[in-house]
Design a protein around this ligand. Structure first.
Ligand code: SPV
Ligand code: MG
Length: 359
């Protein structure tokens, strides 16, 4: 498996600048993810594929695609039903919905527990915001093992220190990780993953902490050479100048993903022109739900009645919640497994009792 992985990574790295050559090499290769990258598939993704493969193909195809934030099973399902091909399990949103800060106050096992619920009720891949990996290389690789068991498509690690702080809180005062230490974390993650398509994304915090392109590029280059499958280039500027500069320098060495929370007015065609691979809408379901809950809760508290909110159009129906929970499936299963006639019929088909093999 390691050989296949090494082969794919080196093919992608070596031939990324030459699409024609990459295509012919990939056609000769049996490595599906390389082929997906080279053929640049179009149209909506195939959600029956492995989630890791879906995520890899999303990143490596030519067309810009989008990851939408979710922070629990319900929001994950809503993201899938809206038509998105992938989910961003945001650290900010996961911590916020638990009522704690985005400072690794939730333990990594508590985070895994939430994303496991998210994964179980969806068919599209999840990219987990893995913060700084919850410690050193060893904590990061322990996390990868658990994520693979929960069928998560990939993880993103940022080059800061544990415990992390959200990038939009005093970004300049946040120390960056040592480059070698972070490269070791990426290497350990790539070495431990069992599924060669599992994605490890390296997130650049250089622009956030006030460095310029030189530092960002030097780090991206190192992380990519250490084995990162993609780079997340983060910026907190109100315009897209950091992203433009980085994309011009980086070209198409490997896919780049961005988080335009602070530059919402830039049209995604601009990102397409730059060659950005994917955009993460990072926290908008969590913020939407906060605004909605504050409005409804405030109204009920103020007016001591459900009358306003019930007829306001702001509430979803209970029936719709039941549908999202797949209540119908349980009804069917009850018929199958609790109805005495059904059980008797199946028992009859199973035949008479058999003696124990060694009796
Ligand atoms: C998150 O969504 O948790 C992120 C993106 O890391 S940001 O909050 O913009 O740093
Ligand atoms: Mg985060």
């Amino acid at each position: 498996m390691r050989n296949a992985l090494t082969k794919r990574v080196s093919l992608v790295r070596r031939y990324r600048p030459n699409m024609k050559r990459a295509l012919s090499l990939a056609q000769r290769s049996s490595v599906s993810s390389t082929r997906a990258f080279a053929t640049a598939s179009t149209g909506s993704a195939d959600h029956t594929k492995k989630k890791t493969t879906q995520l890899r193909e999303l990143f490596y195809k030519k067309e810009l695609d989008f990851l939408m934030e979710a922070h629990n099973g319900l929001s994950a399902k809503i993201v899938q039903e809206a038509g998105f091909n992938a989910i961003w399990a945001s650290g900010l949103s996961l911590s916020a919905q638990l009522g704690v800060r985005d400072n690794n106050e939730a333990s990594w096992t508590q985070i895994v527990e939430v994303v496991d619920f998210m994964s179980e009720c969806t068919d599209i891949p999840i990219l987990l915001d893995g913060d700084t990996g919850f410690g050193n290389f060893n904590n990061a690789r322990r996390l990868i093992g658990k994520l693979e068991r929960s069928d998560i498509g990939g993880v993103c690690f940022e080059d800061k220190l544990f415990p992390k702080t959200n990038s939009f809180i005093d970004g300049e005062s946040q120390p960056l990780a040592d480059i070698d230490e972070f490269c070791g974390k990426i290497m350990a993650s790539k070495d431990v993953q069992q599924d060669p398509d599992f994605m490890v994304v390296a997130r650049l915090e250089a622009f956030i902490t006030g460095y310029g392109l030189d530092e960002a590029y030097k780090r991206a280059d190192a992380y990519h050479r250490a084995g990162a499958d993609a780079i997340l280039c983060h910026s907190k500027k109100k315009d897209d100048s950091d992203i433009k500069e980085f994309m011009e320098a980086w070209g198409d060495r490997c896919p780049v993903v961005i988080v335009p929370t602070k530059y919402p007015d830039v049209h995604c065609d601009t990102f397409r022109d730059y060659g950005v691979g994917a955009v993460i809408w990072a926290n908008h379901n969590m913020r939407a739900s906060v605004a909605a809950m504050q409005k409804v809760t405030g109204d009920i508290y103020e007016n001591q009645t459900l009358k306003n909110v019930e007829y306001s159009g702001d509430l979803q129906t209970v029936a719709e919640v039941f549908r999202l929970q797949r209540t119908g499936e349980l009804k069917e299963a009850e018929g199958k497994y609790e109805d005495p006639t059904n059980i008797a019929n199946r028992m009859a088909k199973a035949g008479p009792p058999r003696p124990m093999a060694n009796a």
